[in-house]
Design a protein around this ligand. Structure first.
Ligand code: ADP
Ligand code: MG
Length: 216
């Protein structure tokens, strides 16, 4: 089984009415343990489609995806590949603390509430822990989704524009938190982002243009 998160020669098209949209046209990417890779590209270049294929949320028309710990990416546990979706996916009926603790519990942690509290504090959300998602800002929801991913101590973290709702100061804090995390635990991080601060802190940048990886 692979210790690397890898996609090879992915192709994916969507049908929109009569039109065929080629979201991915032969994309290969790999992320090694302990590496932070920024996935860059303008809106519509295929970033989310690529991440969704890596997560098993979309099936590529062609190409292969390898994730650690599972034969099929759709079956990979969050401890292998955790995700911060572009639309967060928090459970509205649970507090921020319970959203994060639930992920910890499902990952088999013995003290899920304690673990959730620690990660929420790390992301400066401790004072909001008992609120529901719709009682906090979008930036706070976004960091809660990040906390939910980090609490399981994943081998890989895939995050779709995880700082898009944050100001510069919080973006810097999130980026340094991710750097500390992957230095401490060897988590491999793949971040789709336009943010210069995210790009500057990455070990490597992969640029997508119209469904293809381009140089630089
Ligand atoms: N479910 C879908 N149905 C139709 N078109 C889609 C779908 N998902 C993505 N696309 C199209 O595929 C292209 C790539 O989209 P996306 O991967 O979301 O790019 P990005 O995340 O870089 O903005 C865009 O042209 C988008 O409109
Ligand atoms: Mg996107």
């Amino acid at each position: 089984m692979s210790a690397v998160l890898r996609a090879t020669d992915l192709h994916k098209s969507f049908r929109r009415g009569r039109e065929e949209v080629h979201a991915l046209r032969g994309v290969s990417i790999q992320v090694h343990p302990g590496e932070m890779v920024a996935l860059l590209g303008r809106s519509g270049s295929g970033k989310t489609t690529l991440l969704n294929c890596l997560l098993g949320w979309e099936r590529p028309d062609r190409g292969t995806v390898e994730v650690p710990g599972a034969a099929d990416p759709a079956a990979a546990p969050w401890t292998a590949v955790a995700v911060v979706p572009q639309r967060f996916g928090l459970l509205g009926e649970l507090s921020l603390a319970d959203n994060v603790a639930l992920a910890a519990r499902l990952a088999g942690q013995l003290e899920p509430a304690t673990a959730a509290g620690e990660v929420l504090d790390l992301l400066r959300l401790g004072h909001l822990a008992e609120r529901a998602p719709d009682e906090v800002s979008l930036g706070e929801q976004q960091r809660t989704a990040l906390a939910r991913a980090l609490v399981v101590r994943p081998a890989f973290l895939v995050a779709d524009e995880p700082t898009a709702r944050l100001d510069d100061e919080l973006t810097a804090h999130v980026v340094s938190t991710l750097r500390d995390l992957h230095a401490a635990t060897g988590t491999g991080v793949l971040l789709a982002s336009h943010d210069p601060a995210v790009v500057a802190s990455a070990d490597r940048v992969v640029r997508l243009d119209d469904g293809l990886v381009v140089a630089g």
